[in-house]
Design a protein around this ligand. Structure first.
Ligand code: NDP
Length: 338
């Protein structure tokens, strides 16, 4: 496993980071989830990403339990705050990036993880209803209380990142990362987010580098999805992955196979290696529903894809690639969640 610095910080993270959205506490039974975490550790992954909202808190619990007994200082644990979590009834302030919600949320995450601190605490989305100054002050207090070491954001626009970076600088804390969706098929961060983050010293921790499994090539055009795959997960996964499940995309993905073959890689490994070619990417945030997938995926670490093959990938995917930077803010909620 190779390691990269997270932005301009001194924190090194495994360039393949294991994430547990939709899997732990939901699609995957706890014993399999634990086996995936242990497979990740065995393969040299030290960095794990979760969020309080994943499986309504259960994903943090499963991850924390699976990591129990492992030396805390040799792990990097990332979680996130924004969406409401917990048993009903929820209150008006159980959401967003207000000081009140963030202070309660960090304590909830640490309790479920069974840890004293997280390495990276991330704003899961931008909160248009709370002054950014309030959010950043709350982040600073969480860092000063020793509950988080670094802070990051997820799916923020360049203007939002720039303002937060300046406030963090004034407060003396480190805004080190952006967590956007990025894959061969979804490249909306390339024109604006990546150059801005390079300038400001933030690294990208990119989610769904395999387009939720689609770039593994296991979904075939015109055929039902394989049993047990995300596209068959009616608890939520099927709904999220469906944006990539068109015959056009699935046909083009099949045409990536010869390119992967030339490098001695599987298509899944090619997809992960592809995001890691971008030097602003600190880690590919990869999910897995089985330990064998983890073992396969980690072999993408350290792979260099020649320029000629990068061009052929672009030719194969053609119009199936989404690259419009205006889509960056599309995921910012436009109304309060509670
Ligand atoms: P991926 O694109 O890596 O998809 C992972 C899924 O693909 C697995 O759960 C598995 O699903 C399938 N898969 C994995 N490896 C293979 C393989 N070798 N061959 C075939 N299929 C494979 O990423 P995710 O969408 O899971 O996201 C990764 C992480 O990113 C999350 O866990 C989370 O930490 C983070 N994230 C952050 C978001 C944010 O808003 N900040 C949003 C979404 C994710 P299956 O076997 O069920 O088909």
């Amino acid at each position: 496993m190779e390691f990269r610095y997270l932005g301009n910080s001194g924190l090194q993270i495994s360039e393949i980071t294991y994430g547990n959205w939709l899997t732990h506490g939901s699609q995957v039974e706890n014993d399999v989830a634990t086996a995936c975490v242990h497979a990740a550790l065995d393969a040299g992954i030290t960095t794990f990403d979760t969020a309080d909202v994943y499986a309504n808190g259960a994903a943090e619990e499963v991850l924390g339990t699976a990591l129990k007994g492992h030396r805390r200082d040799s792990l990097e644990i990332f979680t996130k705050v924004y969406w409401p979590v917990g048993p009903a009834p929820l209150g008006r302030n159980d959401t967003g990036l207000s000081r009140k919600h963030m202070m309660a949320a960090i304590d909830g995450s640490l309790r479920r993880l069974g840890m004293d601190y997280v390495d990276l605490y991330q704003a899961h989305r931008y909160d248009s209803f709370t002054p950014l100054e309030e959010t950043m002050q709350a982040f600073a207090d969480i860092v000063r209380a020793g509950k988080a070491l670094y802070i990051g954001v997820s799916e923020w626009s360049v203007e939002q990142i720039r303002q937060a970076h300046e406030l963090a600088r004034q407060l003396g804390i480190s805004l080190v990362s952006s967590q956007p969706q990025y894959s061969m098929l979804w490249r909306i961060i390339e024109p604006e987010v990546v150059p801005t983050c390079r300038e400001l010293g933030l690294g990208q921790i990119v989610w769904s580098p395999m387009a939720q499994g689609v770039l593994s090539g296991k979904y075939l055009p015109g055929q039902p999805p394989p049993a047990g795959s995300r596209a068959t997960d009616e608890k939520g996964g099927a709904n999220f992955v469906k944006r990539f499940m068109t015959d056009d995309v699935l046909t083009r993905v099949q045409q990536l196979r010869p390119i992967a073959d030339e490098l001695g890689l599987t298509t899944a490994q090619l997809a992960i290696a592809w995001v890691l070619q971008n030097d602003n990417v600190a880690a590919a945030l990869v999910g897995a529903s089985r330990p064998e997938q983890v073992a396969e995926n980690v072999k993408a670490s350290g792979v260099r894809i020649p320029d000629e093959l990068m061009t052929r990938i672009d030719q194969v995917l053609g119009d199936a690639v989404t690259a419009d930077p205006a889509l960056v803010t599309k995921s910012t909620p436009t109304q309060r969640l509670l």
